[in-house]
Design a protein around this ligand. Structure first.
Ligand code: NIG
Ligand code: FE
Length: 411
């Protein structure tokens, strides 16, 4: 018999209506979600349901249901922490000066090179389970803390293992062009990345580059993207216009990037390029918060231009040590002055589109994966109103309740 589960007595059922040019939330009161073999089959009015039609009926007792949150930009496979660096930054040393002094990303590279695959898998898995308990139901994970073939492969192999051992969709990205390792010049290291791109083709879905003054240039981005396309990578992404304006966003969009990420310094020309290229703008307010940045992306111009916005944690030990997409939603609303509806659409449909998966998940529409959250509130807007709370009561992946780990808070 088919496994058809009826989740009934949902107080507020939130889906994303993608039929319009601008996706919007669709909110239904007193409805039931019918899940067949892990996918949304349909949504019905709660009154008049026939329980004999279903293999199981689960009473959600008037709770709110929202689509699972999609974290489309993370660096969650790493070893070590950077609390000393945080203190240096709070004492007025900049993020880039710390990197130039050989710390920052490079200190995580050192720790990650020293860690074995088994311990990286253990910590990353614990992090992801924790993120799932906090509401994330699909992930993107980048490499970039190896900067040599062996460690980059180790990180991506851990990512591929995570794909197998956890029930969530995982997209993997090769970020060899993340920083310049000690002992190499920029051009030596970049040539090395270019030459060895084919070695990573079967380990990752796409490539990424950190385009910033003192790191990689717009010219490097162009070379990398053209080569990545030749090698057969389908998803091109870029860290652009994060700490200064370099022009990487417009170039990436022109070359067919699926997403441009960060964008604090993106200008109206960049926005036009993203619109033209149907490139998703991935915004990470956790970075603005944690690095104490005053520069806010031109979010309203992006919305007015009709660009798809996405939200992500950027989970990493240097610029955004958070596992919590609920925090990201809350920060997006109040740092960017966008509505709860705009933020939630971005963190579900928008982030899924950044992973080219908006047909498969993100909207809780019939045919999609039944990845959803029950909230400890009868109004989804509480996620945006109260801050510092965890409103997720239960995460469901393909209609199955995820076991909440009693794992250590930090891993
Ligand atoms: O997305 N900007 C570059 N990369 C990461 C930070 C990585 C780190 O500091 O470890 C980012 O902010
Ligand atoms: Fe990042």
């Amino acid at each position: 018999m088919n496994d058809t589960v009826c989740f009934r007595n949902i107080g507020q059922l939130v889906q994303v209506d993608t039929a319009n040019k601008t996706p919007r939330l669709k909110i239904l009161d007193k409805h039931a979600l019918i899940v067949k073999n892990g996918r949304v089959e349909k949504v019905l009015k709660d009154s008049g349901l026939k329980s004999s039609n279903y293999s199981r009926v689960i009473d959600l007792k008037g709770k709110t249901v929202i689509p699972g949150l999609v974290d489309c930009h993370t660096h969650l496979i790493y070893a070590g922490e950077r609390k000393d660096e945080m203190e240096r930054r709070l004492d007025a040393t900049s993020y880039m000066d710390i990197l130039k002094s050989g710390d920052g990303i490079l200190s995580t590279v050192k720790a990650t090179r020293e860690a074995d695959g088994k311990s990286l898998l253990k910590t990353a898995k614990t992090r992801m389970k924790r993120m799932m308990a906090l509401g994330t139901t699909a992930f993107e994970i980048k490499s970039g803390y190896g900067l040599d073939i062996e460690t980059e492969k180790k990180i991506l192999s851990v990512g591929n293992r995570l794909k197998k051992v956890l029930p969530v969709p995982v997209t993997l990205t090769y970020l060899g062009a993340h920083a310049i390792p000690e002992g190499s010049t920029k051009s030596q290291y970049f040539d090395f990345v270019m030459k060895n791109l084919p070695l990573f083709r079967n380990l990752a879905d796409g490539v990424d580059i950190f385009c910033e003054e003192g790191v990689f240039s717009v010219k490097d981005l162009k070379r990398l993207f053209l080569q990545a396309k030749l090698v057969g990578f389908t998803q091109l992404r870029a860290h652009v216009e994060e700490l200064s304006h370099q022009g990487g966003c417009a170039e990436a969009a022109k070359l067919g990037a699926v997403s441009c990420d960060h964008l604090e310094y993106a200008n109206p020309k960049d926005i036009r390029a993203m619109k033209h290229g149907d490139t998703v703008a991935v915004l990470m307010p956790g970075v603005t918060f944690f690095l104490g940045g005053e520069k806010i992306p031109l979010v309203h111009s992006m919305l007015d231009a009709g660009i798809t916005l996405a939200l992500a944690t950027d989970c990493n030990p240097g610029s955004s040590p958070t596992y919590n997409m609920q925090t990201v939603l809350n920060l997006a609303c109040h740092l960017y002055r966008i509505t709860p509806e705009q933020a939630l659409v971005a963190a579900t449909y928008g982030s899924a589109k950044a992973l080219e998966s908006h047909e498969k998940y993100g909207s809780l529409q019939p045919g999609q994966r039944a990845d959803f959250l029950t909230l400890k509130t009868n109004d989804y807007r509480d996620l945006f109103y109260y801050f510092g709370e965890n409103f997720v009561e239960q995460t469901f992946i393909q209609g199955q309740a995820v076991r909440i780990p009693k794992a250590p808070a930090i891993e």
